[in-house]
Design a protein around this ligand. Structure first.
Ligand code: PLP
Length: 288
């Protein structure tokens, strides 16, 4: 079946969706994207994803007005046109045609949204937990792209490939100063003595939308939260380790390299946070 995509204010069938060969995303990776989760034909926390993309655009590309981006109705129509209720939803903004431009100061954005089957992770990953590796690559706090979800995603995909080659689900990245940062495609949490710890945003890490919601839930249900620098010893010594992103939601880690976490079993706080998170997704997507 040929899908329908949204490209620069129009719904078009996938084979007819064309962009310039001079597009900054294609030429230089000058682009940003969001991966979102839709349930019941509704994108969960769309506004937070759009806000993050706009913040990154104004730092790395050019300021982009909210009107230039698809709104809730556009996403609802895109899902409907593709007969999808539960989906992986992607919004992408690139610098547009950069023919003749030597910098990314170009407001001729290309804006594209696509939807695909949700293809959730297997239920086993949540019940039994997943193994992860420590990535060979490092994040440098002085990398101008660190903390932004840019289309320069190849290092992240190479990190994931390392994980998959070791039959693992994620590769955890450290900074050049040996601080735990995040996964290749997720944020990371450590639970120790009932306290939920996660690396602070200036580590740097991506300000994950799921990360923010998990912190919000933890505070609401009375779990103490700390955003603080973490080392490899904190990771290996954790009672529970969790990964978060919009598609994973909250996923327990039961092994880091050869080291078992929580005796190789998914722990209780992670389960509680996942349950609460899923309840919020259901409630918010049913009510819109
Ligand atoms: N960190 C990185 C590097 C990511 O690529 C992602 C998502 O793809 C996340 C964290 C989690 O972000 P979110 O919760 O907004 O999906």
């Amino acid at each position: 079946m040929t899908g329908i995509v949204y490209l620069n204010d129009r719904f078009v069938s996938e084979p007819d969706a064309r962009i310039s060969v001079y597009d900054g995303g294609w030429l230089h990776g000058a682009g940003l994207f969001e991966t979102m989760r839709a349930e019941n034909g509704c994108v969960f926390r769309l506004e937070s994803h759009i806000e993050r993309l706009r913040r990154s655009a104004s730092k790395l590309l050019m300021a982009i007005e909210p009107e230039a981006l698809p709104d809730r109705n556009v996403f609802a129509e895109l899902l409907e046109r593709n007969s999808l209720k539960a989906a992986r939803v992607r919004l992408m903004v690139t610098a547009g045609s950069m023919r003749g431009h030597r910098t990314t100061d170009n407001s001729d954005f290309t804006v594209c949204a696509t939807v695909a089957d949700l293809s959730p992770y297997p239920a086993d990953f949540y019940e039994k937990g997943v193994p992860v590796i420590i990535c060979d690559f490092r994040i440098s706090p002085s990398d101008p792209l660190a903390g932004h979800k840019t289309t320069c995603y190849l290092p992240r995909l190479l990190g994931l490939r390392q994980a998959q080659q070791g039959k693992c689900v994620e590769a955890l990245w450290f900074t050049t100063a040996n601080r735990l940062a995040e996964g290749s495609i997720s944020n990371v949490f450590i639970i120790k003595n009932g306290v939920l710890n996660t690396p602070p945003l200036d580590t740097p890490v991506l300000p994950g939308i799921t990360r923010g919601i998990v912190l919000e839930i933890a505070r609401q249900i009375g779990i103490e939260v700390q955003e603080c620098p973490l080392t490899v010893n904190d990771l290996l010594d954790a009672d529970e380790v969790l990964l978060t992103n919009a598609i994973m939601q909250v996923m327990p880690v039961i092994r880091v390299e050869k080291h078992d976490i929580h005796n190789g079993r998914a722990g209780p706080l992670g389960k509680r946070l996942l349950q609460e998170y899923r309840t919020r997704v259901k409630e918010e997507c049913m009510s819109k």
